[in-house]
Ligand binder design. Structure first.
Ligand SMILES: [Zn+2]
Length: 232
């Protein structure tokens, strides 16, 4: 933990008291906290020194180049998901007072904003239940990396066929705001995996894996920023 953060910790119990009832629920339910309106402790509540990360920092050796892909929407995110201003939208942002870390970058946009496949790939899951009334689609993209496109609607497009191919830029769904008054915007919750591990993408959260995700989870932020720049 960042030592400079310690004095602020004293304030957390009072600020988080109203959220404490969530702590007995499932991890998916806990994820609803990801969109708690930004308060002072959240705004800079990023684990900058990465001392409790279990995965390596993403890099080109993961088989993913920044020019591989398209941004998953045709418009930019309305709010920052990088740096201090990213607040709870950032990958690595703390959840549950640091017991968990955010496994995605949250791309805020208007309700039902279309979502597109960032590259060619194969459908592994098509709008499976994710949490709080939203769904997630999982695609293994060319090169082996995997994207979970989270917080999208379950309907509005024809079913995608499992194990069938999608092409870069193909419409795969629409973002949908989670069913919580604490959430201020619809968003695409974008998770990136290198594809170098096996098994379910979601795993039990532990002290060594605060993301509750498979060990090949990557930080998608620098990639998303690069892809977003190509939008006109
Ligand atoms: Zn998220």
């Amino acid at each position: 933990m960042n030592k400079s953060f310690l004095p602020i910790l004293i304030l957390i119990p009072s600020l988080s008291f109203g959220l404490s009832s969530y702590s007995t629920h499932s991890m998916e339910y806990m994820d609803a906290l990801e969109s708690v309106p930004p308060v002072a402790i959240e705004a800079y509540d990023i684990d900058e020194d990465n001392d409790n990360n279990f995965m390596s920092v993403p890099n080109e050796t993961a088989g993913l180049s920044k020019d591989c892909c398209l941004f998953p929407m045709k418009v930019k995110a309305t709010d920052s998901y990088s740096g201090a201003s990213a607040a709870q939208r950032a990958f690595n942002a703390r959840r549950d007072n640091g017991a968990r870390l955010h496994a995605a970058a949250d791309l805020y946009q208007s309700q039902y904003q279309p979502v597109y496949a960032i590259a060619d790939g194969t459908i592994l899951e098509d709008r499976e239940p994710f949490y709080l009334g939203t769904n997630a689609t999982v695609i293994e993209h060319t090169g082996g990396f995997i994207v979970r496109y989270g917080e999208i609607a379950s309907n509005s497009i024809k079913p995608l066929k499992l194990k069938k191919e999608v092409v870069a830029g193909q419409l795969i769904g629409y973002i949908k705001k989670v069913n919580s008054k604490k959430v201020t915007s619809a968003m695409l919750h974008f998770e990136l995996f290198s594809g170098k591990a096996q098994g379910p993408l979601t795993v039990k959260t532990t002290t060594k894996n605060k993301y509750g995700r498979r060990s090949d989870l990557m930080n998608p932020t620098t990639y998303l920023l690069a892809w977003e720049k190509t939008l006109r």
